[in-house]
Design a protein around this ligand. Structure first.
Ligand code: GN1
Ligand code: MG
Length: 345
């Protein structure tokens, strides 16, 4: 670890290193130097992101764009946009001895990544944070971004992968989850709905974050206001429906995605309303009617998609998401199905 850290922070003593966050893809630490300055050190999961250089190119070009935008508006971007450090060799990635790739950014102080909040006011602020992301990235040439994970939110393709996993039944678990499989299969037409609107041009292609869970927008510890959107790994061209939908998936849920007591997972319409209000407000009028009118379709499709993704991984024998115990992905799939069933059409 010392060697990796030194690639980014060559001077001074390093005081501490501790695990950070609850992401289920990358491995993350917080680092404190002798002056009390803190950094986020992260190992990129190259099983999921085979081209970490493309991930960093996307991240840096979008964050630079946002910083420039804020400066033009006379706003300070210190805490509003993640800032990545270059290594002593130049570049934003350091390759460790095991071949893994690491990156380092400044930690944003006085703000928290909430996994769960109950106060609708905080949801309003979270909505504003993600809406501000849409506003600030408006005009960025979305198609210049690398598709680091092709078809990431192509729900139609996700459905095909799900059917393939059922068919293969690699871990011999399909019989046990027949009810869940049937439930998702019966709703197949939902899988193609957004894809069709994108293909026909009804929905514009925008820069999208694609992982807009509640904990990816930091809220100020004192005011509760949104400070910064983090985790830009999956920044790609997409539709705003994906980002709104994925945010509702955690923001308007009464429990964590892996809550084992299923009846604790419910859709909280008040929180959904608050998030939507903040989101649309901060987008500042750039959304077209087809986007505003279909935001809730985004929520239904993304929660449905996430249920399928978790169940697919369960059927494949837990090869994608980090799991802590054998039934972890199944619990996740079940909470998503329950949440989905409560989101109004
Ligand atoms: C993964 O690891 P994290 O929390 O950033 C996943 C998201 C899922 C989420 C579910 C690249 O994100 O799409 O919604 O888990 N990211 C990737 O917890 O697959
Ligand atoms: Mg992520």
């Amino acid at each position: 670890m010392e060697k990796i850290l030194r690639a980014f922070l060559p001077h001074g003593d390093l005081a501490s290193l501790a695990p950070l966050g609850e992401g289920i893809i990358n491995t993350t630490f917080s680092v404190r130097d002798e002056d009390g300055k803190r950094y986020v050190l992260q190992k990129v999961n190259t099983n999921v992101f085979p081209d970490p250089f493309a991930v960093m190119d996307n991240t840096v070009s979008v964050t630079d764009w946002m910083r420039k935008r804020l400066a033009e508006e006379g706003k300070c971007s210190d805490r509003c946009v993640p800032l990545f450090l270059q290594t002593t060799e130049g570049g934003y990635l350091y390759q460790g001895e095991d071949g893994g790739y690491w990156r380092c950014s400044k930690l944003i102080e006085g703000a928290t990544a909430h996994v769960h909040v109950t106060d609708p006011k905080l949801l309003y602020h979270a909505g504003k944070g993600y809406g501000e992301f849409v506003r600030l990235t408006d005009g960025f040439p979305a198609s210049s971004l690398a598709e680091v994970l092709p078809n990431f939110h192509n729900t139609k393709k996700r459905f095909e992968a799900f059917l393939e996993a059922v068919e293969k039944d690699a871990a011999g678990r399909a019989r046990e989850v027949d009810r869940e499989i049937q439930y998702l299969k019966e709703r197949e037409e939902l899988a193609g709905s957004i894809v069709a609107m994108l293909e026909s041009g009804k929905l514009p292609l925008r820069v999208t974050h694609n992982d807009t869970k509640l904990s990816n927008v930091l809220l100020d510890d004192e005011t509760g206001e949104a400070v910064c959107v983090i985790d830009l790994d999956t920044v790609m061209p997409g539709t705003v429906l994906y980002d709104f939908g994925d945010a509702i998936r955690s923001g308007a849920a009464s429990a964590a995605e892996d809550e084992p007591k299923l009846d604790r997972m419910n859709f909280v319409s008040e929180n959904c309303k608050a998030f939507k209000e903040g989101f649309v407000e901060a987008c500042g009028g750039i959304l077209i009617p087809a986007e505003v009118d279909n935001l809730m379709l985004g929520a239904r499709v993304i929660v449905y998609e996430q249920a399928m993704r978790f169940l697919t991984d369960y059927l494949n024998g837990d090869t994608y998401y980090k799991t802590l115990f054998p039934g972890h992905n199944l619990i996740r799939a079940r909470t998503q199905i329950r949440l989905f069933s409560q989101i109004p059409e």
